[in-house]
Design a protein. Structure first.
Length: 116
């Protein structure tokens, strides 16, 4: 179940006119406790975020075959060939990470994730 929590707009001012290029409607998914801002290119969803031990990775259109987790120091802490929708990250210390999702060497998306 999704609830809209407001709207944000982006655009430019030209003379006396405001031209909106994007109107974003953030939604809160009650099932996953995720605040999500759809951007029209939502191929991958990663949740929950923040997480304690596992993250779920959902791909609506494309499959994925490789996951990379990078520390904020730039160190690759996990690089794994997998198509599993659940990733056990319990061995990571608490902190911020970048999770990258790939298919056939092409990056499908990257996400800032927080381990509690």
């Amino acid at each position: 179940m999704y609830f809209e929590v407001g709207a944000f707009a982006s655009g430019q001012i030209s003379g006396n006119e405001l031209q909106l290029s994007h109107i974003l409607h953030p939604v809160f998914d009650k099932n996953t406790n995720v605040l999500h801002i759809p951007d029209g290119n939502d191929i991958i969803k990663v949740y929950p975020n923040p997480f304690i031990s596992e993250v779920n990775i959902e791909s609506a259109e494309e499959s994925f075959d490789h996951i990379v987790v990078i520390s904020l120091m730039g160190e690759i802490v996990i690089s794994k060939n997998t198509d599993s929708e659940t990733m056990d990250l319990s061995r990571l210390p608490a902190g911020l990470y970048i999770l990258k999702v790939y298919n056939a060497g092409k990056e499908l998306g990257h996400f800032k994730i927080t381990k509690l």
